[in-house]
Design a protein around this ligand. Structure first.
Ligand SMILES: C[S@@+](CC[C@H](N)C(=O)[O-])C[C@H]1O[C@@H](n2cnc3c(N)ncnc32)[C@H](O)[C@@H]1O
Length: 353
């Protein structure tokens, strides 16, 4: 009797233990960057234990990294079936689908992943790039610098300097950020002011700082609550001319969850979308377009009027009004309401004439 029990026990445990040993060897090889060896171990794991869900996940990941997209998809499909509650398996399938050209399937899988794990940052970035193919916002800003050749450039919110580093050598540039963490090489004409934008505008004469020149180009990318960006817009426009351009980041949110006023997710655009609605309602004289560039759209505002006081005079009322506007207002026609514009360089050039 005992012999029979032991035999049965080993009969069921044998392959499992064999699979687990191979799996652990695979993880070690994977961590050491030995992908081919890791792939063999995971294949061994799956021969011994075809339903080893983590082995499917790792094997799928290696297939993705080595360009074997069809095989990757098969592994992630198995993983999704075996454990439908794990967001990362759906996300793996999404990436494989995209590489295989199946954009809609990729979108569905990444949305499923985000429904299971709303904080899954790579899935947000992935979905954003699916929605907005074409040049990334930094590339668009770089092209704008080349085209406009601004004499002066003001940037609010510089962080590591990725965007302000795009200002050319011939441009006088000022970057404002209370906590700059510059890691990029900046052009010689660029300087950084470690302060908030409100404090900066209260204490400095921008035109004087630019040697008497107006602001030719500005980029608002500081605090991502719309009232801050609205004040930034008001303060910048005063120093512009009718030929200047104001860029505003994060005007086209990916989802309600990533557009909350309080940051809950790594991928976050805040409620800058409200500023687009405000400008369109209270300043119909402006040209407002939001280029569909990843991650979350780039607002381009033209036909500026430094003499306009509408926004400043109605500031409190406008903020109160738009705090009460719920995200669901966008459900009716998000692209129309947020003035979505193609991420097509020839078309972008047309709005800068
Ligand atoms: C999204 S990052 C800017 C990224 C940068 N423009 C880029 O594209 O690489 C936002 C930055 O705004 C800064 N910030 C936050 N509040 C601010 C304020 N009141 N005034 C100016 N900058 C602010 C933060 O410190 C942060 O570095």
């Amino acid at each position: 009797m005992l012999g029979r029990i032991l035999k049965d026990l080993f009969a069921s445990e044998g392959p499992l233990r064999l699979g687990q040993t191979a799996f652990e060897a695979g993880v070690d090889a994977y961590k050491a960057g030995e992908l081919a060896a890791a792939a063999e171990h995971f294949a061994g794991t799956l021969r011994a234990e075809p339903e080893h869900v983590q082995a499917h996940n790792y094997a799928g990941g290696i297939d993705l990294r080595t360009g074997r997209y069809r095989e990757a998809l098969e592994h992630f499909e198995c993983a999704r079936m075996l454990d439908p509650q794990r967001a990362e398996y759906h996300f793996g399938a999404a990436v494989a689908h995209r590489e295989l050209g199946a954009t809609e399937a990729a979108r569905e899988c990444s949305e499923t992943a985000l429904a299971l794990d709303p904080g899954l940052a790579p899935a947000h970035g992935f979905l954003a790039s699916l929605n907005f193919p074409g040049p990334y916002y930094l590339e668009v800003i770089s092209m704008l610098h080349s085209l406009l050749r601004p004499r002066t450039y003001l940037e609010i919110g510089v962080e590591t300097g990725q965007s302000i580093a795009l200002a050319g050598r011939e441009t006088r540039a000022i970057g404002i950020d209370p906590e700059p963490k510059i890691t990029k090489r900046l052009a010689p004409g660029t300087s950084i002011r470690a302060t908030t934008s409100d404090e900066y505008f209260a204490a400095h004469d921008v035109r004087a700082e630019f040697g008497g020149l107006p602001i030719d180009l500005a980029f608002i990318d500081g605090m991502h609550q719309f009232e801050f960006a609205l004040r930034d817009f008001i303060n910048i426009e005063k120093h512009c001319t009718s030929q200047s351009t104001i860029l505003i980041h994060d005007c086209y949110p990916l989802s309600r969850h990533t557009a909350e006023r309080e940051r809950r997710t790594e991928f976050w655009s805040g409620d800058i979308w409200r500023l687009v609605l405000i400008l369109r309602k209270y300043r119909p004289d402006l040209s407002v377009k939001v280029i569909g560039t990843a991650p979350t759209g780039l607002g381009v505002v033209r036909r500026l009027d430094p003499g306009s006081s509408v926004l400043q005079q109605n500031y409190e009322a406008i903020v109160g009004e738009y705090l009460a506007v719920d995200y669901s207002v966008l459900d009716a026609d998000k692209a129309g309401l947020l003035a979505l514009y193609p991420n097509d360089w020839e078309k972008v050039k047309a709005i800068l004439q």
